[in-house]
Design a protein around this ligand. Structure first.
Ligand code: SF4
Ligand code: SF4
Length: 272
């Protein structure tokens, strides 16, 4: 499907929270696990934290083994997708005949399916607005079942409302970048920072606690304790910091710099 066709398809199938549909997925459907093959799953920061913890890997190890780096077409921001296996069907590495081996920690995109999320589609046509669309793959027989939902109920049932709350600040960054004029580019360094905070939470932790970060930014003791112990708090802190570094935002939306820090940073840049 070309990008233009995909755009038309996404826009035609666009739905909101109250839209109704009939759908049920279970182990007895003939298509069971077909949707776990040959797919493009953009991972969110929270997906990576859950998956790497489930697999007892560092974020760096998880990224190296299970992901492929990509760029969001419209924003030029670096993201990762789940790397499919090399078999003929390009199966997800976590699918088995009886289903997903890490179902409780499956990524946001898998939870939403058969719905797609505009903010997580890295193709043209998934605009900067908050909406959903039906993926409508011909092999998916779940639509022939009789269970009725609306989109809101489906999100709650699949646990995506909680995922989305945690990922909201990241989605906000992506959407802000999407609203930049096409000629405004982020530097390579900015993209690297975006990638580190978004996906390499262990490296970001090192960056906060083992570089001059805490000499440059004002972080109160309670926040410091929280981000040391809790990866979700660290991720939210990182996204707030990133927002202040990459975009023009109000002072209360960013991590405050210490007095003299900007001067120090410029001097360090001059010396290096
Ligand atoms: S992570 Fe699980 S649910 Fe998602 S595609 Fe892979 S096997 Fe399927
Ligand atoms: S293709 Fe549809 S019905 Fe079949 S397993 Fe996947 S989600 Fe369920």
């Amino acid at each position: 499907m070309s990008n233009n066709d995909l755009m038309a398809d996404i826009q035609t199938n666009r739905v909101g929270l109250d839209s109704k549909f009939k759908f049920k997925c279970h182990k007895d459907v003939k298509c069971f696990t077909k949707c776990c093959r040959g797919i493009n799953i953009v991972l969110t920061p929270y997906d990576v934290i859950r998956l790497k913890n489930r697999l007892a890997l560092t974020s760096e190890e998880f990224l190296a083994i299970y992901t492929t780096p990509q760029l969001f077409e419209k924003t030029d921001l670096p993201v990762v997708t789940l790397k499919m296996s090399e078999d003929d069907e390009k199966s997800c590495p976590f699918v088995r005949d009886d289903g997903c081996i890490l179902y409780e920690d499956r990524p946001t995109t898998c939870r939403y399916y058969p719905l797609g999320v505009a903010a997580l589609s890295h193709k043209e046509g998934a605009d900067d607005q908050d909406f959903f669309f039906f993926v409508h793959e011909p092999h998916c027989l779940g639509f022939e079942e009789d269970k009725a939902w609306n989109v809101r109920e489906w999100r709650e049932d699949q646990g995506v409302d909680i995922q989305d709350e945690i990922n909201a600040d990241w989605t906000d960054l992506v959407v802000r970048k999407r609203s930049f004029p096409a000629n405004v580019k982020l530097t390579d360094q900015s993209k690297q920072m975006f990638f580190m905070v978004s996906y390499n939470i262990d490296k970001f932790k090192e960056f906060v606690f083992e570089s001059s970060f805490l000499d440059r930014y004002e972080v109160d003791p309670d926040t410091l304790k929280e981000i040391k112990e809790d990866e979700i708090a660290l991720l939210k802190f990182g996204l707030k910091w990133l927002k202040g570094v990459l975009f023009q935002v109000a002072d209360n939306e960013k991590v405050p710099q210490k007095e003299g820090a900007e001067k120090m940073r410029k001097e360090m840049e001059k010396d290096s």
